[in-house]
Write a protein that binds this ligand. Structure first.
Ligand SMILES: NC(=O)c1ccc[n+]([C@@H]2O[C@H](COP(=O)([O-])OP(=O)(O)OC[C@H]3O[C@@H](n4cnc5c(N)ncnc54)[C@H](OP(=O)(O)O)[C@@H]3O)[C@@H](O)[C@H]2O)c1
Length: 353
């Protein structure tokens, strides 16, 4: 087998890491490629689920003795603590690798320190290789660990003129089946789905991740969160069925903001505490406006249907913008056609303090 460069090995490790997206939480996604002293790939692995073996351990098991004197290329700093599995730093030392190449340091104070332990054992450690790419692949986990609240993706569906329903309130279905299938796939990658009580009262959504054709539930279900200041969610609401865990987050439990409604930063801190690293905010327009006004949205995913209504509720209500200079500026990162609709992905630009 031909030898590969460390850079190529890191690219491969990043691709491997992505296979764990949606199943590793509250852990990060991690990929690892082991090269023997001649630069040949002798082991590969990724972290597949929390509690399961870490990427380095999977790769070391494959490589066996061929890891000795070689290079471990890993997307995140190897852990240095004993959690549900042992420290990867120790496993790498025991396997006799000569060099460890890391893309991104571990921001988690409980697990970090792997690089220092490896260096202390005489192993050459290089960091920052393809860091930007590896960071992008782990953005939700890294962001949430650094600041202590989940990465929030606001998803909405609208017509080309930005409406979420017709004047008579009918909204089934603004976007196509293909777009709705895409949304269910997106739900499968997050730890929580958040909706306001207004949406629950109006639409009685299930908020589960499922196969739209036959209704089969995905194996891993996000926590369903209803933001409901005074507990108005009906006892027979579909979000209360047993299909997935549900949290009706009231102001009494979470705390109230200045307007008496659920305090959103406190809500996110509590979700982080419960192991939520990525959350999908599914509206409606009032709650989405409040999240955006508070600067709590990290990514916007809009499904836009080639339809016009000319009247009816809009996809977003008051987001704290009264003049054009204050518009929430977005940077487009992707535009993809999904069936007849467009999926537009954008990142809010940081606002000047
Ligand atoms: N196009 C789309 O993508 C989309 C997605 C979802 C929903 N919708 C549509 O949106 C409509 C419902 O809209 P909506 O605006 O009434 O519902 P909403 O945004 O889902 O819920 C709003 C409610 O959330 C509660 N809330 C609790 N804490 C809050 C806070 N800090 N800030 C803001 N709200 C807070 C408030 O009620 P309490 O104070 O009583 O708690 C508020 O009235 C439905 O017709 C639905 O079809 C469209």
């Amino acid at each position: 087998m031909a030898s590969v460069s460390v850079d190529e090995a890191m690219r491969r490790a990043i691709t491997l890491a992505a296979r764990g997206l949606g199943t590793t939480s509250p852990n990060p996604v991690v990929g690892c490629v082991l090269l023997d002293p001649d630069g040949e790939i002798v082991g590969e692995g990724f972290h597949a689920y929390a509690g399961g073996p870490h990427a380095e351990i999977v790769a070391l098991a494959q490589a066996g003795k061929r890891a000795r004197g070689g290079t471990a290329v890993v997307t995140l700093e190897p852990c240095d603590h004993t959690g549900r599995t042992g420290p990867c730093s120790h496993a790498l030392i025991a396997a006799g690798v000569a060099r460890v190449v890391i893309a991104v340091p571990d921001p988690n104070p409980v697990a970090s320190g792997g690089a220092a332990t490896l260096r202390a054992a005489g192993i050459e450690v290089t960091t920052g290789v393809r860091a930007e790419e590896a960071e992008a692949g782990n953005i939700a986990w890294l962001t949430s660990m650094r600041r202590g609240w989940p990465y929030v993706i606001w998803k909405y569906a609208a017509t080309l003129d930005g409406r979420s329903a017709a004047a008579d309130g009918s909204s089934m279905w603004i976007t196509s089946e293909a777009a709705r299938i895409d949304v269910h796939a997106l739900r499968g990658t997050v730890d929580a789905v958040i909706a306001g009580v207004g949406t629950v009262l109006a639409d009685d959504p299930r908020l589960t991740a499922r196969n739209l054709r036959d209704g089969t539930l995905a194996i891993r279900q996000p926590l369903r969160v209803v933001v409901d200041s005074s507990g108005r969610t009906p006892a027979d609401a579909r979000v209360r069925d047993g299909a997935a865990r549900t949290w009706i987050a009231t102001a009494a439990e979470v705390g109230a903001g200045p307007d008496g409604r659920v305090d959103l930063p406190a809500l996110l801190a509590e979700l982080h505490h419960r192991g939520v690293r990525a959350a999908l905010l599914e509206g409606g327009p009032r709650l989405a406006g409040a999240f955006l006004a508070a600067g709590l949205v990290d990514k916007v995913v809009g499904y836009v249907a080639p339809k016009l209504l000319g009247a009816g509720p809009t996809a977003l209500l008051d987001a704290g913008v009264t003049t054009i200079a204050d518009a929430i500026d977005l940077e487009l990162t992707d535009v993809t056609q999904v069936g007849p609709d467009l999926r537009i992905t954008a990142l809010p630009r940081k606002r000047e303090a």
